[in-house]
Design a binder for this molecule. Structure first.
Ligand SMILES: O=C(O)CCC(=O)C1=CC=C[C@@H](O)[C@@H]1C(=O)O
Ligand SMILES: [Mg+2]
Length: 371
């Protein structure tokens, strides 16, 4: 039975985060992105979120490029090739190179719609088993170490189970040492967003004294060779983020020994189907995974909650509660973190309702495509 799409709607939203987020590549506070809504002939509605940024500094995609790819290629492909299961979307779109975040935004809406048509939760549709997930928090670079210590304390009080700190040259091992002095036993990791090269190896080796859970993407954004060399020289597990765009990348990185942990971001790998395959492959190879974040609003956050319910997501992810980012989120109820835990919703699809008033409040453009 085909999925009977009636129309696809792109809602372009603009939302301001309650804090500026600084990484080794820049500072963000205003978020512009698309919510994709897939509607079937019975009036069921599935939602996905595009996670690219307006500026291509995390991957090459942008909000604008997502719109062009979705409008010019992905929607016409879906119109011309009726599908009966969301797993068919990835192979259909794989005729186009790259543009994983654009593909994932559409595929996410199709997965949510499918789960609603079946009357099951998205988590269940994906093969998720956990009813609750452990979550950590990602803290951007702060003006001073005092500010950072204050932030960490606040999030630990809220129950977050691990702290991820952004690092960059000049703001790394000394800063981490200060933090370790104050929080000797807290699960802490560092994320460099590709700010270093093998020339920094002596500094990176010093990280081994700090008992970090892992160091995320220390070297170049598309590298697996130098990461393999580095992993041989340091004890701290390397986690790859930017370098992993596909199951193929994950297989090669594991084969080379480039990492001991993988951060799965649904948008970066082209959707939920590929995320499940990477999860399964990592599980077979004893590589734990966790779910990364892209400062998502509620719809993307809900997708992250669903994928994290799979069994090999054994490390706390970056899926913090809605109130970490937004005065008001676009879903009801909002994503709530209590004692470092999010309960995986059991209702149909993503299990959260899209808040129509909020959608309208933040919407700056609406585009409709008949299927
Ligand atoms: O809270 C979140 O959604 C995670 C934030 C976070 O760490 C990241 C968001 C966006 C781009 C990156 O800097 C990044 C990451 O690298 O994991
Ligand atoms: Mg990262």
């Amino acid at each position: 039975m085909t999925m009977n799409f009636k129309k696809i709607i792109l809602h372009r939203l603009q939302m301001r985060m309650i804090f500026p987020f600084t990484t080794s590549f820049g500072t963000m506070q205003d978020k512009e992105f698309f919510i994709v809504e897939a509607v079937d002939t019975n009036g069921n509605r599935g939602f996905g979120e595009s996670v690219s940024f307006p500026i291509p500094w995390y991957t090459e995609e942008t909000v604008k490029s997502n719109k062009d790819i979705i409008e010019d290629f992905l929607i016409p492909m879906l119109r011309e090739h009726p599908i009966s299961h969301p797993d068919e979307v990835f192979p259909l779109f794989s005729r186009l190179r790259g543009n994983n975040m654009a593909k994932s935004a559409i595929e996410g809406a199709v997965w949510d719609l499918y789960a609603k048509q079946q009357g099951i939760s998205l988590a269940k549709a994906l093969g998720g088993e956990k009813q609750q997930i452990d979550v950590g928090i990602s803290i951007g670079i702060q003006p001073t170490t005092k500010d950072l210590l204050h932030e960490i304390e606040g999030f630990l009080e809220q129950g977050y189970k691990r702290i991820k700190l952004k690092i960059k040259p000049g703001h790394d091992v000394e800063m981490l040492r200060e933090v370790r002095k104050v929080f000797p036993d807290t699960p802490i990791m560092a994320d460099a967003n590709s700010a270093y090269t093998l020339a920094d190896i002596e500094m990176l080796k010093q990280m081994d004294d700090l008992n970090l859970l892992m160091i995320e993407q220390p070297l170049q954004h598309n590298d697996i060779i130098d990461h393999a060399k580095l992993q041989k020289e340091i004890q701290t597990p390397i986690c790859l983020d930017e370098s992993i765009h596909s199951l193929y990348d994950a297989q090669k990185a594991i084969e080379l020994g480039s990492c001991k942990i993988i951060n799965i971001k649904v948008g970066r790998v082209g959707g939920l189907s590929e995320s499940v395959r990477i999860h399964d492959y990592c599980k077979e190879h004893n590589i734990p995974v966790w779910c990364g974040g892209m400062l998502e609003a509620g719809v993307g956050r809900a997708h992250n909650v669903a994928i994290t319910s799979l069994s090999n997501f054994t490390l706390p992810g970056d899926t913090a509660g809605s109130n970490r980012y937004w005065e008001k989120d676009i879903i009801k109820p909002e994503v709530i973190v209590e004692d470092g835990i999010i309960h995986v919703p059991a209702g149909p699809g993503i299990g959260y309702e899209v808040d129509e008033d909020a959608l309208e409040e933040f919407r700056i453009e609406k585009l409709e495509y008949e299927m």
